[in-house]
Design a protein around this ligand. Structure first.
Ligand code: G6P
Ligand code: MG
Length: 216
């Protein structure tokens, strides 16, 4: 079957969601406020500037364009300092095995991430060679929940949208995959990701056979 698996990066393949959270929290705290765990869930999958705008809204702060650029790059400098020290140990359980199995079986794969730092992360963790296509924050203009990032991945792989399975840990990412007409395997806590066909704790909890059975 000409199908494909499209993987989100942060929080699905690698344990970077915690670094995004730490850096955004540090930024909000430096501006004199905080945000909740539930609010942080809404930030997942959302690109850098849109995330900043959501956070500033929660803090009731109005900032100019140039101040926003500065705040976003400050957050990114903290985040990059953290991920620069990443190792293969921060690849989440099951990621490597599933990517290896997919490669062995000739199933096409793409990365579908909002991050502009994906190259650094893939390089630090040694995952880059597992992808037939990479679509990240540098290649798209619209942020998840817009489907652009996944639609571009499907196009590059020459697979119909309906024959793509998206792996996502973010509410915005699940919405993007629904909008693209793709199947979704949620990664995280059950109940947190409505709209997913299936929610698993991590990628060690799924096999290629189970992925293919989504089509039956
Ligand atoms: C991922 C993360 C988001 C992050 C976005 C942009 O989707 O889940 O939390 O804001 O990427 O990441 P970047 O590395 O470009 O700031
Ligand atoms: Mg994610």
């Amino acid at each position: 079957k000409n199908m494909a698996c499209i993987f989100d990066l942060d929080g699905v393949l690698v344990d970077t969601a915690v670094y995004h959270y730490k850096a955004w929290k540090q930024l909000a705290n430096s501006l004199g406020f905080d945000f909740t765990h539930a609010q942080n869930e809404q930030l997942k999958g959302v690109n850098r500037m849109c995330s900043l705008d959501m956070i500033l809204k929660w803090g009731n702060l109005d900032k100019s364009e140039s101040e926003r650029e500065e705040l976003a790059s400050l957050k990114n400098s903290w985040y990059v300092a953290m991920i620069s020290k990443m190792t293969i140990a921060e690849v989440l359980p099951g990621s490597l095995k599933l990517l290896q199995d997919l490669k062995e079986q000739g199933v096409k794969t793409a990365l579908g991430s909002a991050s502009k730092n994906s190259a650094l992360i893939l390089e630090r963790t040694g995952l880059v060679d597992f992808f037939d296509a990479i679509v990240d924050g540098n290649a798209v203009t619209s942020s998840k929940p817009d489907p652009e990032v996944f639609v571009k991945g499907a196009e590059l792989l020459k697979v119909a949208n309906k024959d793509c399975v998206v792996f996502e840990d973010a509410i915005a990412g699940v919405q993007a995959a629904i909008a693209a007409g793709m199947k979704i395997i949620g990664v995280g806590e059950t109940g947190n990701l409505p709209g997913a066909q299936l929610v698993i704790k991590d990628l060690s909890a799924i096999t290629i056979e189970e992925i293919l059975s989504l089509y039956n």
